[in-house]
Design a binder for this molecule. Sequence first.
Ligand code: CDP
Length: 273
Amino acid sequence: MSPDDKPDNLINAEGLRVDGRRPDELRPVEMKVGVLKQADGSASIRQGNTYILAAVYGPRELHPRHLTLNDRAYLRVVYRMATFSVPDRKRPAPSRREREISMVIANALEPALFLEEFPRAVVDVFIQVIQADGGTRCASINAASLALADAGIPMRTLVPSVAVGKAQGTLLLDLGDAEDKYGEGDIPLATLPPQDDITLLQQDGHFTKEELLEAIEMGVTACKYMHELQKEALKQAYAKRRPADDAEVDDEDDDDYEDDLETDLGESDLEEE
Ligand code: CDP
């Protein structure tokens, strides 16, 4: 979005947002499970114009071996934006922002997983942002947790996620790109239903204590709804699935995955971790 696209107001006289939503209204959400044939588990999410794919492999042998955890599997999350996903061409090299978001997503998902059942292994989660229009870290968590379930990774729960922001002093659910860029703040959060333990809580911008508490309540309520959508997406995928789809596939390409992983992660990721 160029500065020329900056809207005069993020909320109009009727109290509606630039895309016509009410302050507490989510964008249209569409989640699909099992969208990629090669991955052990996969999912896609469209949330407004944000469009993301998540692919999961594993549990499988971990390379490089020095990353091995003796008491649990290593949850390796790689969040990347396609070069064409944003208005300015995104440089292909992994950015600091992408590395930070990869870590934040891993931290949000990890408490939901029984990683201790797979010591020394790795569960790989590859997230590709195809189109970014705000809220990509939250949408990524929604899709990644569905892809993990689709891969059969033992989980306590799916992990729903949504952001709450603020513009013109009003709290707004599920920010679009303009609201993210020109609004007053952004609080992405993720929860573990049914207790709604919070596994992601970040804050960008200034919120009063009252606003923060109200934003969290708004986000937790929206996560409950997201969770229902996630369960529905899983049910639909399994209703469609025929027994033949679960047949063993030849995995002779596994070695190639390992060779390519270094490229996907960026060499420096491997050195740093
Ligand atoms: O996507 P999310 O809100 O989780 O993360 P952000 O870092 O707050 O980015 C907000 C939005 O800015 C993204 O969703 C994209 O729409 C946009 N963005 C962009 O246009 N170019 C980038 N290189 C990174 C983000």
